[in-house]
Design a protein around this ligand. Structure first.
Ligand SMILES: Nc1nc2c(ncn2[C@@H]2O[C@H](COP(=O)(O)OP(=O)(O)OP(=O)(O)O)[C@@H](O)[C@H]2O)c(=O)[nH]1
Ligand SMILES: [Zn+2]
Length: 380
């Protein structure tokens, strides 16, 4: 690495991860275009999976960025129900790409919007180069464990995190659900909960735990999965699915995207590596009953959420009503149960927080605890 490249890395190597931090980040105001004046002919694409250094990038034939609006045509095409006569923006091809050297160590993840140069035809055996990663709206991250400050990026640009948990078999792990909620809130991603196997056991306990947080809850039974409701919830968004092995995540993905298996095979065909060979995250198009599109991102490799990178404040910010009250807390207040003169306790006493608000506070404090206790893992 030359000195110049090393400097460039010093300066920009981390900007993608800094990008979604809530605290002000002086770097983010720096113009990036100065560093990357070249590649004016680059075209944008959406990274749908990354496998051993090769990204599969969807590129629209009309050169416009692939968005949720592109999904209906794309899904119809892939399902074979359309003859390819869709609007221009719906014509999409998969391009295999590797990162260009100038990206330094910046990681490319599923959900990234990138700029491509080189052979972008997507023809078999071709390889394009990724020269830029667009600013990320959100970045779902985890630490390797709770003491680790180093963040691993999981998925970029997600709007929602759908936590899939079974009411039984495997036993639900409420602390793990909390951890997922915390990771989502920290990333500015809306959490939602999908409780499966409610035909085997009712969801009451888990509901009671999560409802005060205002997290939307869906229930699914063997013969009655809420496919339409989920598709509507996903429409217009990029929704990441996480869950312990065996909870029924694949079952749901296959219901939401009837050709998902084939898709996975097809995506991997593009990389020439066959199907079912990787545990990488994959973005799949979902269309709801009204024809609106969205993406789900299945994350088979995500087994844990180390929260070493998460602060109390970033969790509190997910609760704007409580955060507004906590503005009046004593300096350095931890807002925990034992915090002296916490304004949130005062608000319960003087009625600013009603019974529901008090429940919410209790749940928030439970989330704080998940920042302070050792990590739990999804391991079967
Ligand atoms: N009774 C019942 N069984 C379900 C339900 N959803 C899934 N299952 C069963 O649970 C088992 C696991 O389902 P999968 O969809 O493979 O679970 P997964 O979360 O993808 O697990 P991995 O494939 O190991 O990652 C299968 O035998 C499913 O048939 C449900 O709502 N009710
Ligand atoms: Zn406080």
């Amino acid at each position: 690495m030359t000195a110049g490249r090393a400097d460039a890395f010093e300066q920009y190597g981390d900007w993608d991860e800094d990008d979604v931090r809530v605290r002000p980040n002086p770097k983010s105001n720096r113009p990036r275009s100065k560093q990357r004046p070249e590649h004016a002919d680059a075209i944008p694409g959406l990274v749908v999976t990354v496998d051993r250094g090769r990204a599969t990038v969807l590129v629209a034939d009309d050169g416009r960025p692939v968005s949720v609006d592109t999904v209906p045509g794309l899904a119809a095409d892939r399902a074979g129900t359309r003859d390819g006569a869709g609007a221009a923006s719906e014509r999409v091809r998969a391009v295999t790409a590797a990162r260009a050297r100038e990206l330094g160590r910046q990681r490319i993840v599923t959900g990234d919007v990138v700029d491509l140069v080189g052979d972008v035809t997507g023809a078999p055996g071709t390889l394009a180069r990724i020269v830029r990663i667009h600013n990320r709206k959100t970045l779902l991250r985890r630490s390797a464990d709770d003491t680790d400050q180093i963040e691993r990026v999981i998925v970029a640009n997600a709007d929602r995190l759908c936590i899939v948990a079974a009411t039984v078999d495997p036993e639900p792990r409420p602390r793990l659900i909390d951890r997922c909620i915390v990771a989502a809130l920290d990333a500015g991603i809306e959490p939602m909960l999908l409780l499966t196997k409610t035909d085997l056991k009712a969801a009451n306990e888990l509901r009671a735990l999560v409802e005060p947080l205002g997290v939307p809850i869906f229930e699914s039974q063997r013969a009655a999965a809420p496919v339409d409701e989920l598709r509507s919830a996903i429409a217009g968004t990029t929704t990441v699915l996480v869950g312990h092995s065996g909870v029924g995540k694949s079952t749901i993905v296959n219901l939401l995207v009837p050709n998902a298996e084939r898709e996975v095979g097809r995506v991997n065909d593009v990389t020439g590596r066959g199907r079912h060979t990787s545990s990488s995250s994959v973005a799949l198009p979902v269309v709801d009953a009204r024809g609106r599109g969205g993406w789900i991102i299945d994350t088979p490799g995500v087994r844990s959420f180390g929260l070493g990178h998460v602060s109390h404040d970033s969790v509190l910010r997910g609760f704007s009503d409580l955060a507004a009250i906590a503005d009046d807390c004593p300096r350095g207040c931890t807002h925990r149960v034992d915090a002296p003169d916490c304004e949130l306790d005062e608000a319960v006493r003087d009625g600013r927080l009603d019974a529901r608000g008090a429940d919410r506070l209790e749940s928030l404090r439970r989330l704080f605890v998940s920042l302070e206790t050792a990590e739990d893992e999804w391991r079967s």
